[in-house]
Design a protein around this ligand. Sequence first.
Ligand code: FAD
Length: 461
Amino acid sequence: MSDRTSRAIVCGAGIAGISAAYHLAVRHDMRDVLLVDERAPLSVTSDKSTECYRNWWPGPGDAMVRFMNRSIDIMEELARESDNCFHLGRKGYLFVTADPARIPDFERAAEEPCALGAGPLRIHTGEPGDPIYTPAPATGFENLPTGADLILDPLLIREHFPFLSTDVIAALHTRRCGRLSAQQMGMYMLERAREAGLQFLEARVEGVEVRAGRVRGVHLRDASGSRTVGTEVFVNAAGPFVKEVARMVGVDLPVYCELHTKIAYNDRLSTIPQSAPLYYWADGQRLPWSEEERALLAESEEMQWLLAPFPPGPHGLPEGTPGSQNQLCLWTYDVETVEPVLPLPPHDPHYFEVVLRGLSRMIPGLQAYFDRLPQPVVDGGYYTKTGENRPLIGPLPVEGAYIIGALSGFGIMAGCAAGELLSAHVTGSGVPSYAPWFLLERYEDPDYRALLDDWDESGQL
Ligand SMILES: Cc1cc2nc3c(=O)[nH]c(=O)nc-3n(C[C@H](O)[C@H](O)[C@H](O)COP(=O)(O)OP(=O)(O)OC[C@H]3O[C@@H](n4cnc5c(N)ncnc54)[C@H](O)[C@@H]3O)c2cc1C
């Protein structure tokens, strides 16, 4: 028996659920929307990210580039109207290599997203007639270049990024990319939605009542007990638990989770300027160890893996709070599929040292920490993914049930456009042309299945 009703109930107050609720309550003026989370808003995955954004996405198709461009448009609107309360900046991402054999990969990686709508490509070779390279300012996002600068002139690289190893020979600086405070953006949207009438309830969604093939209500449990709230619209925004929550309407989602960990540390020796963009080492490597360390590691079966070749990808960025020397860093060299559990399982105690040594290949100044590592603060969360790493946004095969999830490692940057798209589905207003790419029903389309067989992300660095 329902003791109240709501026009729509959103399960999950991470960035996805908040953005969905914001768009329903504020931009569609929907009354009586209820946002439910068994925990504090934004406290599971959405406050654990590195808080970066980029319009830099590969194909197939231009759906991801257009989706992210739209999301960044909305983030910029919110930043302008809020006096940039969430510190949206646009320093870009910088992919670098010291391997001449990788230059063709860089050229391909530069061309594809630009051709898909990320903006123009400027190539800097050091020859007369080169385009102008505009450095990114430490703060702000207005009036800056889009697209990318592919810098093949080592002198220009050293002039603008003197902290990098002197053997770096190519750098790809992608420009409609940067960082924000995700927690503050999420809270800003939540506050605006509350002002527009959104209600937040701290409770666990325990079940969804489905009768005659459509949603009729949601079973909730909180400190005061259980109740059912009648509704005809249920939005599953449960982050790493979307699969579990989708089962409540009898739907099995094709998603899985990976645990990703990030590290914050105080760069007390200021090896990396706070004005640096996100920096990403695109070459494989073996970690640097002294002869003595190498011999010791070789003797230990448990530690020998530290001598093996490592894949490309250690990356980091300044944390960005004014006056801070904090750096964040990550490297996904060993992710595997896991069941999501909270609290998170303990992290690998070697992780920070591995990432720091890996990054020292790109930033030699970090070698100064080998003898005395800074104290790391380690946290992280789950990437919830589909096989092709594209989100799920739209109706589920039960009338009135919707999904906004599988936001993987891009939910902060995609959050605004994802909420907008979800709200367009719920209200029946016009959806953008990228919408079909993110529907659950895409997997029933034989053309999409054929595309999946040939899915090629080799153009990514
Ligand atoms: C280490 C790391 C780095 C990342 N870096 C970036 C980045 O730089 N840029 C970027 O864009 N993205 C990044 N991401 C990804 C981004 O953080 C996620 O995609 C995003 O936070 C997912 O948001 P969400 O709302 O789907 O999930 P969550 O934030 O996890 O929210 C889900 C909510 O659902 C609630 N919930 C679940 N089940 C129930 C239930 N039965 N009843 C009630 N409530 C329920 C949970 O309590 C939770 O609050 C990163 C992620 C990690 C882990």
